[in-house]
Design a protein around this ligand. Structure first.
Ligand code: HEC
Length: 133
């Protein structure tokens, strides 16, 4: 009798742990973060608002070049501008916000700053690990 109870208990616990795992998975996929791509979602925003100032050939004084993923992740004078997993700690996000830690708010000398949708796209991509995808 004791053993049967023990077995039942383990089955219940096992089932509960399964429930838990599927719960988190459901949450993650619901936020759409995993499907964001550097190439198709993030780079087009950079291309429109940050290039050509941040191209290597422009010799931008920040030495931050965004020609491609590798150069962007390497960063400029103030180090890597992306902290994978942590958008708020990422210099790039801080520089496009209203209170940049130094210098000008980006994109400098443009007719408009990034809108909420563009900002959310970049933030979510960083939060999901900032992969070259
Ligand atoms: C008109 C040219 C211009 C545009 C457009 C521009 N930048 Fe910049 N950026 C600069 C200059 C010049 C600096 C150096 C001065 C400063 O930090 O304010 C700089 C500095 C930076 C830095 C700091 C890098 C470091 O290591 O010091 C970041 C991050 C940055 N820009 C991000 C962006 C992003 C993201 C965009 C597009 C949304 C953008 N910039 C658009 C000219 C530009």
């Amino acid at each position: 009798m004791k053993t049967i109870l023990g077995v039942c208990l383990s089955i219940v616990l096992f089932a509960l742990s399964l429930l838990n795992t599927s719960d988190t998975t459901a949450l993650d996929s619901g936020s759409d973060k995993d499907s964001l791509s550097f190439k198709y979602d993030v780079f087009p925003i950079i291309e429109e608002h940050c290039l050509p100032c941040h191209l290597e050939e422009e010799r931008n004084m920040s030495r931050l070049f965004m020609d491609n993923y590798e150069m962007l992740m390497e960063g400029g004078f103030n180090g890597p501008p992306i902290e994978p997993g942590d958008p708020e700690e990422s210099l790039l996000i801080q520089k496009v916000g209203p209170n940049p830690p130094f210098g000008e708010r980006m994109p400098m000398r443009s007719d408009r700053y990034l809108n909420d949708e563009e900002l959310t796209t970049i933030k979510n991509w960083i939060e999901a690990g900032a992969e070259d995808n």
